[in-house]
Design a protein around this ligand. Structure first.
Ligand SMILES: [Ca+2]
Ligand SMILES: [Ca+2]
Length: 394
């Protein structure tokens, strides 16, 4: 959002715009703790159509835990601790889980991402047993293994798009500032979002409409590139638009939006660009117009690690339909915005209304999550709480 444009508007118009936003304001939101005692939770999701359970990942125990009827089940759904290696660096461990759209019907496979004992990223397929609360721990099969030299910027989010393809975010792999230009190197899978088809053939196939499917120089798995640490991305479940929260380095955090049907192949600018400027705040860098620009950025004074969330499409809070929610790991601030016709509107901060009675209980937000009804949750990394976002009482 370019505030300089607003400054040119007559004051009365600005005031009118502000008043109309407040007059039509959606009800305030609140957060309710629905589970506790998780150890370093990093992700939460549901299996498609299954409103009775939440799956929560614990980064260092390597366990996928189930929250069922308000209780964390004693036995994990899956435990991959033995595959993570002896001592974990801060960004290593179990990262994500994704259930395919037809999971539980004809398909008993699901997918996880994690690091291994060598510090590489693994995308791995597993099967569930006849007991839906227990996966077959011996069924793990590597789909993709991506090596890197520095133990940082793994990202590792996996999610199925509305097109049924599996998207997988990979950070630049370090070191800081991406001095080797991994994110711009199309022969590497670092600093990218990948798109693969896991339904047809073992271990995966390249969708024919991937932007580099027939390239002689680029890895055909690449969907988007020039990303630093796209820890969280998500698809609007109504429109298919892709929202990316790319964690910044020294100056700003950024959110990118890729409209459905874009065809992929976008270059988000890292490490030449950081958010809406040059990396490290340098005065001049290649301001290539082919770089896709972020739709929203915020500076170090507002936070230091963006945690991208979701466009809300649930049932309980219809006034918030279409709003994209995001947070910051370090400042614990929480916002929503709408991205309409190429512009951000209704940027609203929720931090104070979500904290119960002024207590500071939402401490270190590692991830957003969605249940099968599209309702939103927050994972509190520091003390292992899970919060549900609700409409505040009138
Ligand atoms: Ca960027
Ligand atoms: Ca807490």
């Amino acid at each position: 959002m370019d505030l300089r444009t607003n400054a040119k508007l007559p004051l009365a118009v600005v005031l009118l715009c502000m008043l109309s936003v407040f007059a039509g304001a959606a009800p305030q939101l609140a957060a309710k703790r629905i589970a506790k005692g998780l150890r370093l939770p990093t992700y939460l999701c549901a299996a498609p159509g299954d409103a009775s359970r939440l799956f929560v990942l614990e980064k260092e125990t390597g366990q996928v835990r189930i929250v069922k009827e308000g209780k964390v089940l004693a036995d994990p759904f899956l435990d991959v601790r033995a595959k993570l290696g002896e001592s974990l660096k801060p960004e290593q461990g179990l990262h994500c889980i994704a259930f395919p759209p037809d999971y539980g019907d004809k398909n008993n496979c699901f997918y996880i991402t994690r690091t291994d004992s060598k510090g590489a990223s693994i995308l791995e397929a597993y099967r569930v047993s006849d007991d839906p609360d227990v996966a077959v721990s011996t069924s793990g099969k590597t789909i993709l293994r991506i090596e890197q030299e520095s133990p940082m910027h793994y990202s590792g989010l996996i999610a199925f798009g509305l097109d049924g393809m599996l998207y997988y975010s990979r950070g630049d792999g370090g070191p800081q500032g991406d001095p080797f230009g991994h994110a711009q190197d199309l022969s590497l899978l670092l600093g990218k979002i990948l798109r693969i088809d896991v339904h047809k053939r073992d271990p995966y196939t390249i969708p024919l409409d991937n932007p580099f499917a027939n390239s002689e120089f680029a890895r055909p798995e690449i969907w988007a590139y020039g990303l630093r640490n796209p820890w969280r991305f998500s698809f609007d479940s109504l429109t298919g638009d892709l929202y990316i929260g790319d964690v910044g380095y020294q100056t700003k955090e950024e959110i990118d939006v890729e409209p459905a049907g874009s065809g992929g192949g976008r270059n988000y600018g890292w490490p030449t660009r950081e958010a809406d400027g040059c990396q490290g705040g340098a005065e001049d860098c290649d301001d290539d117009s082919s770089f896709a620009k972020p739709v929203h950025v915020y500076p170090r004074s507002s936070g230091q690690a963006v945690i991208g969330g979701y466009v809300y499409r649930g049932k309980a809070m219809p006034e918030w339909h279409g709003a994209y929610f995001f947070a910051d790991l370090i400042s614990s601030r929480i916002w929503s915005m709408r991205y309409v016709d190429g512009a951000v509107t209704e940027l609203i901060e929720h931090t104070n209304s979500l904290e119960p009675k002024g207590k500071k209980t939402i401490n270190l937000i590692s991830s957003w999550g969605l249940d099968a009804n599209g309702e939103m949750y927050l994972c509190d990394y520091l003390d292992g709480d899970i919060y549900k976002i609700l409409k505040a009482r009138e």
